[in-house]
Design a protein around this ligand. Structure first.
Ligand SMILES: *[C@@H]1O[C@H](CO)[C@@H](O)[C@H](O)[C@H]1NC(C)=O
Ligand SMILES: *[C@@H]1O[C@H](CO)[C@@H](O)[C@H](O)[C@H]1NC(C)=O
Ligand SMILES: *[C@@H]1O[C@H](CO)[C@@H](O)[C@H](O)[C@H]1NC(C)=O
Ligand SMILES: *[C@@H]1O[C@H](CO)[C@@H](O)[C@H](O)[C@H]1NC(C)=O
Ligand SMILES: *[C@@H]1O[C@H](CO)[C@@H](O)[C@H](O)[C@H]1NC(C)=O
Ligand SMILES: *[C@@H]1O[C@H](CO)[C@@H](O)[C@H](O)[C@H]1NC(C)=O
Ligand SMILES: *[C@@H]1O[C@H](CO)[C@@H](O)[C@H](O)[C@H]1NC(C)=O
Ligand SMILES: *[C@@H]1O[C@H](CO)[C@@H](O)[C@H](O)[C@H]1NC(C)=O
Ligand SMILES: *[C@@H]1O[C@H](CO)[C@@H](O)[C@H](O)[C@H]1NC(C)=O
Ligand SMILES: *[C@@H]1O[C@H](CO)[C@@H](O)[C@H](O)[C@H]1NC(C)=O
Ligand SMILES: *[C@@H]1O[C@H](CO)[C@@H](O)[C@H](O)[C@H]1NC(C)=O
Length: 404
């Protein structure tokens, strides 16, 4: 049997937090283990967030800038647009259909992945529980999504075969308990009852939002009273539990620019934490933008940092070139090749490996570990355009792939 490595379906900040506590100390070594041992990389899902944010509203915004600068204050136009982005946002989801699971598991052949989608959802993003403090503002993001069939290629009823996340998580959890007999007994039981199938076939809808019930998960939930296994959710699904919820992005505390306009839009803390505890590199939020307002000079800088709530991390984006959006001059910032390099995100007992879609810019060995990858700069680059003079966001193309 091929062992399928560390994975998780975590996309939920609360769940993540609950899980982090469990095996925090193993984080780095586990990551290394993951990298060293990776023999079979199966892909979970690609998320693309796209929106032309403010370009259409530019004349209004421009007048507002002249009057108020860009400080975030109650009852201003900036505040209104910040609170509810007045432009359509789309989330496109691609799934990989594992078309030869039996062959992969039995003969060790390369997984053949069929790229399905996109499944397009209109995203409604509203800031809620907003409180102004001295020079910061605290808020949460309420997100809801509505499937848009007309923009999609495929239906939510499509049947997709993918790796069985539960088997892997439970496996890791049991190992973590460190009581050999439990591990052995449970494994034996699972084998006997024949429910530890390493792959599952579910509808796109179940895999993305609605979640599905898993017999193994049920058992795990029952075992919970006997062993300290932390089971985050009742159902399995990438975004299960995050629809119409504020849980995924956490409680964000951001500077309003009141005492120092150079700070506007920068993160002070997330969930009362002023440190990014996932990243190894620069583990502070200094100069990290929350992703909706930027200090005026940002577009002039060689790079900028942006917080990505879904992965609990900040990434550096490099000033690339000028571009024009609806006739407005903007500066394009692009996430470089090293952004997700070594970014092994380990919220739970497993690790999730984040990359650009189709392993764009990643080491070729990843592309070659499966069949079906087609990295393409136009389609898979992670980028963002800020207006040239005032650093107002004009366009966002956030593209991330979660690998399991
Ligand atoms: C996914 O792959 C399976 C074979 O593993 C196939 O039966 C199914 O039709 C595929 N799904 C779609 C939506 O093409
Ligand atoms: C988005 O959600 C907010 C809060 O739930 C709601 O007030 C608003 O009407 C929604 N907007 C759209 C376009 O659905
Ligand atoms: C957010 O506000 C709602 C009511 O507006 C409240 O029920 C909820 O508890 C608040 N959430 C947090 C985390 O403060
Ligand atoms: C903004 O001001 C209005 C009154 O003008 C008030 O009702 C509202 O609570 C204020 N919002 C915040 C977040 O302080
Ligand atoms: C607000 O914060 C500034 C520094 O950021 C500080 O100088 C000032 O005293 C604070 N004001 C209040 C009322 O806390
Ligand atoms: C739509 O999806 C199918 C696979 O389900 C794929 O063959 C086709 O190329 C896709 N079309 C577009 C326009 O992406
Ligand atoms: C989101 O939740 C709120 C309150 O929980 C509810 O009133 C609203 O109808 C929900 N919206 C959607 C689109 O489910
Ligand atoms: C943050 O940005 C300011 C202005 O660009 C710079 O002076 C400062 O050194 C930066 N701080 C960190 C920690 O990068
Ligand atoms: C920058 O963009 C312009 C126009 O879009 C293009 O002509 C030029 O080659 C680009 N420069 C670089 C370095 O990519
Ligand atoms: C990480 O970056 C180095 C140098 O930029 C490169 O050689 C290596 O292949 C990258 N690793 C991945 C996983 O992309
Ligand atoms: C990348 O995608 C674009 C847009 O679909 C397409 O025009 C281009 O030919 C692709 N490039 C490669 C190298 O496949």
């Amino acid at each position: 049997m091929v062992k399928l490595y560390h994975l998780t379906m975590s996309h939920d900040i609360e769940e993540t937090e609950r899980l982090i506590t469990a095996k925090h100390e193993h984080k780095d070594s586990k990551c290394c283990g993951f990298w060293c041992q990776l023999i079979l990389s199966l892909l979970g899902i690609i998320f693309l967030f796209t929106g032309i944010i403010m370009a259409d509203l530019w004349p209004q915004i421009f007048n507002n800038i002249m009057k108020n600068k860009l400080e975030l204050e109650n009852n201003t136009l900036t505040y209104k647009y910040w609170k509810q982005i007045p432009a359509p946002l789309h989330m496109s989801v691609y799934l990989f259909n594992w078309t030869n699971p039996e062959a992969t598991l039995q003969t060790g052949g390369l997984p053949i992945l069929q790229h399905l989608g996109s499944y397009v959802f209109k995203e409604n993003l509203t800031k809620v529980n907003v409180t102004f403090n001295n020079d910061t503002i605290t808020y949460m993001q309420l997100k809801s999504w509505e499937f848009d069939q007309s923009l999609s290629n495929g239906s939510l009823a499509d049947r997709v075969t993918t790796i069985n996340i539960v088997v892997n998580i439970l496996d890791e959890k049991l190992q973590a308990i460190n009581k050999h007999w439990i591990f052995v007994l449970t494994n034996y039981y699972l084998k006997m009852s024949n429910i530890n199938n390493p792959y599952v076939t579910r509808t796109a809808s179940e895999l993305i939002f609605n979640g599905y019930e898993d017999p193994l998960l049920d058992i795990a939930i029952k075992l919970k009273s006997f062993f300290p296994i932390d089971i985050p959710l009742k159902k399995v699904g990438w975004l299960y539990d995050s629809k119409n919820s504020t849980s995924s992005d956490g409680l964000i505390n951001m500077y309003t620019g009141k005492n120092n306009i150079e700070n506007v839009g920068l993160v002070h803390s997330v969930n009362y934490n002023t440190k990014l505890n996932v990243f190894k590199k620069d583990c502070s939020y200094s100069n990290v933008s929350a992703g909706n307002l930027w200090p005026e000079h940002t577009a002039m800088q060689p790079n900028m940092l942006i917080y990505i709530p879904g992965i609990f991390s900040a990434i550096t984006m490099l000033n690339n070139n000028y571009t024009f959006i609806n006739g407005i001059k903007g500066v394009e910032f692009v996430a470089g090749s090293d952004v997700f390099n070594n970014t092994c995100y380990c919220p739970t007992s497993g690790c999730i490996f984040i990359s650009f879609p189709h392993f764009y810019l990643a080491d070729e060995s990843y592309q070659q570990s499966v069949i079906g990858m087609n990295p393409n700069r136009t389609l898979h680059e992670f980028k963002m355009v800020l207006e040239n003079d005032y650093s107002i966001p004009l366009r966002v193309d956030a593209r991330i792939q979660f690998n399991v």
